[in-house]
Design a protein around this ligand. Structure first.
Ligand code: 5GP
Length: 214
């Protein structure tokens, strides 16, 4: 009976589990959304739409596809990130609601579980995520391979992955909504070095895609 309980306890492939211990995961997913693709299917607030990849979040993940969420830890406090708030407003906006509500959600769900190694607290989590965004410029990397925002130009999904792999030296993951490229993710080790992403459920995109400009 104990063996069965242990097996159930560790069979978490593809699952979200709540209330784990901070730092108990395999790698980070750094996730960005392409605004015009996201806002094609969601009702975004007026004034939020522009041609840009912006941050969705930095998420701890496991090799089996499961991930911890809502770990024990510091509650969200926007005052802790007052020094980078203007940057966050530009590069980590909520497209559907108030920006601090989105940051609070990302912190509670993913940030609390991310605290390990170089990330000691809430400020480190947001600061590091901004730094990753600035270091690996996805829009610029795609442009190097002539993958540019346009409502007409189409690119094969593998060519998008290939361009980013060549530019950054590691394999990313992408997601599409219909034929719109909507999400790009890079994987990082727990000491925040880029690594190739493993194949993960829910991360697939095939055929031809666009990077819409409207
Ligand atoms: P996740 O739970 O995948 O980390 O974050 C998604 C949640 O964040 C959504 O349920 C949504 O309510 C909230 N959210 C607020 N603003 C945004 C946004 O701009 N993009 C996305 N993807 N989610 C947002």
């Amino acid at each position: 009976i104990i063996t069965i309980i242990l097996l159930i306890g560790t069979t978490k492939a593809g699952m979200i589990y709540e209330g784990g211990d901070p730092g108990d995961f395999d790698f980070y997913l750094f996730v960005e959304q392409w605004i015009y693709s996201f806002c094609d299917t969601q009702s975004c607030l007026p004034g939020k739409e522009r041609e840009a990849f912006t941050i969705h979040g930095l998420w701890p993940n496991n090799n089996d596809g499961s991930y911890p969420s809502f770990c024990k830890g510091q509650p969200f406090d926007v005052d802790e990130i007052a020094d980078i708030e203007p940057q966050l407003d530009t590069i980590w906006p909520s497209l559907t609601g108030p920006n601090p509500d989105f940051w609070a959600h990302e912190w509670s769900k993913h940030g609390t579980c991310s605290i390990t190694g170089p990330l000691a607290d809430l400020h480190d989590y947001f600061f590091a995520t901004v730094h990753i965004y600035q270091t690996y410029n996805i829009t610029g990397g795609l442009a190097q391979f002539n993958i540019l925002p346009s409502d007409n130009a189409t690119y094969s999904a593998p060519s998008v992955v290939d361009a980013l792999s060549k530019q950054f030296g590691v394999t990313p993951l992408i997601q599409c909504t219909g034929n719109r490229l909507v999400t790009v993710a890079f994987c990082l080790t727990k000491d925040l070095k880029l690594m190739s992403c493993p194949a993960l459920n829910g991360w697939s995109c095939s055929g031809n895609v666009i990077l819409p400009a409207t």
